[in-house]
Design a protein around this ligand. Structure first.
Ligand SMILES: Cc1ncc(COP(=O)(O)O)c(C=O)c1O
Length: 458
């Protein structure tokens, strides 16, 4: 890529290559175009070490929901630091800020999800929920209820438990065999159903498959089912038909299986509701949040659960046997409280709903290009899938690298766009405006046109 870097940046790039190994590093991209060194952020923009400005359409990996550089959040974190920088949630101790946050979350969360178990990040959230569900049954004497259902193509994190519940075979491969007792089921996919079915049939088949697996495994052996109400950016936010999630919840309830909703990507207002499950009026037994939970200002997540479940662990002589030292860090809790204030004061969830509609409409305009196969998503979580043939949905094939071409084009033109192969995924901050959305879609469109021209696509 023809970006000229200053000597200072080139030196940083060389040092990075020598001294850092980064997760899921795409070294072929790095060797071609240089490490991107992000030095500063402001609102919806980030700036590289040479001061070049980029519109961040993926909100720093779905985290910076209120935008970068919010002095209110800095002040809140600093105020907490002046009180005490850290004291753990452990044994019989807590900090006031963590209690305040738990109370605030109880008021916001749907149904009776009024107890918080604070964690360090997203993988810790899903791992904790899984362990809590298993230990819940163990505590109640149902020691055979240990299995966990998860859905193919899902992502729930990279620690061993979270990864065992992750349905991406390429991600699991190097660590197989993973934990026993994690059982995959079919996920509906309105555009790319694994059985080649249409949206409704795909969801019906997924429900039938889940029911059959529950029966075959034996309901009395299954503690929980984990799922993200709208699957994440790996598959480009395929929204299920409205009947699917309520029917799945009812199926699990009928068999006494606890439900874990992973809202690490899709929670915190991104879909136009504070929690994604609210679109269907559903309340799981565990709701996992991370990523945007602190607005990206510090790492932290939470598992929200019910008093009924928490009380099992709050009995004298009992405890939930899990917890990381830094879980529920007070400075992160102060950041989250400040982020919740901003969401409220600036009506950002309403903005996400309105801007999400605008983004969806603008992206629909991309159907004028034949390689645009599907435009989907909800709220500000949107995806555009590029294909060789819209009628047959034939993929372009990874060898062509069309998604990567569009991403690189956008980058050269000052816009960060995330791609998973030929699926372009967008999740801008909730502070995004209509003008910026227009700019994003125009840049992507120019990237698609350039790809069609330069890669000789029909
Ligand atoms: C849906 C979902 N669950 C869990 C995780 C894991 O979160 P973390 O990366 O903070 O461990 C992620 C991260 O991408 C995610 O998208």
């Amino acid at each position: 890529m023809d970006i000229e870097y200053s000597e200072h940046t080139q030196r940083l790039q060389q040092e990075a290559m020598r001294h850092i190994l980064w997760s899921l590093g795409h070294y072929e991209d790095v060797e071609r175009s240089g490490v991107k060194i992000i030095a500063r952020g402001e609102g919806c923009y980030i700036f590289d070490a040479d001061g070049r400005r980029y519109l961040d359409t993926f909100a720093s990996l779905l985290t910076s929901i209120v935008g970068h550089h919010r002095p209110e959040v800095h002040e809140a974190m600093l105020a907490q630091m002046r009180q005490i920088e850290f004291y753990p949630i452990y044994h019989d101790c807590l900090t006031p800020v963590v209690i305040e946050l738990a109370k605030r979350l109880a008021a916001l969360a749907p149904g009776d999800l009024e107890v918080s178990f604070f964690v360090s990040d997203g993988s810790d959230a899903t791992e904790s929920a899984i362990k809590m569900a298993r230990q819940y049954f163990w505590e109640l004497g149902e020691k055979g209820r240990q299995k966990v259902l998860f859905r193919r193509n899902s992502y729930h994190g990279c620690s061993f438990g979270a990864m065992s519940a992750t349905g991406l075979s390429w991600f699991r491969e190097p660590q197989e065999p993973l934990n026993p007792g994690f059982v995959p089921v079919m996920a509906p996919n309105p555009y790319r159903c694994e059985l080649g079915l249409g949206p409704e049939e795909s969801a019906r088949a997924a429900l039938r498959n889940t029911e059959a697996v529950i029966k075959w495994e034996g309901p009395h052996t299954i503690a929980a089912m984990i799922l993200d109400p709208i699957p994440g950016s790996n598959v480009g936010f395929p929204v299920p038909p409205d009947f699917y999630l309520p029917e799945l919840k009812a199926l699990c309830d009928r068999h006494g299986i606890l439900t874990i909703y992973d809202e690490i990507q899709v929670g915190m207002g991104k879909t136009g509701r504070m929690f994604c499950c609210e679109h269907w009026g559903l309340v799981p037994h565990f709701l996992c949040l991370a990523k945007g939970f602190t607005g990206g200002f510090a790492p932290m997540g939470v598992v929200l659960t019910t008093p009924e479940i928490a009380d099992v662990f709050r009995r004298p002589g009992h405890d939930f046997r899990h917890g990381h030292t830094f879980a529920g860090h007070p400075i992160s809790a102060a950041a989250t409280l400040a982020v919740l204030d901003i969401l409220e004061k600036e009506n950002l969830i309403e903005n996400a709903a309105r801007m999400g509609e605008h983004l969806g409409e603008r992206l629909h305009g991309l159907y004028r290009h034949p390689i645009v196969g599907d435009v989907r998503g909800k709220g500000l979580l949107r995806a555009v899938e590029l294909v060789a043939d819209r009628e047959t949905r034939q993929p372009l094939g990874s060898a062509l690298g069309v998604g990567g071409f569009v991403r690189d084009y956008c980058y050269r033109n000052g816009t960060i766009v995330r791609n998973n192969g030929d699926i372009l995924v967008l999740a801008p901050p909730l502070t995004i405006t209509a003008d910026l959305i227009d700019e994003i879609v125009e840049t992507i469109e120019a990237g698609i046109v350039a790809a069609m021209r330069e890669l000789n696509l029909p």
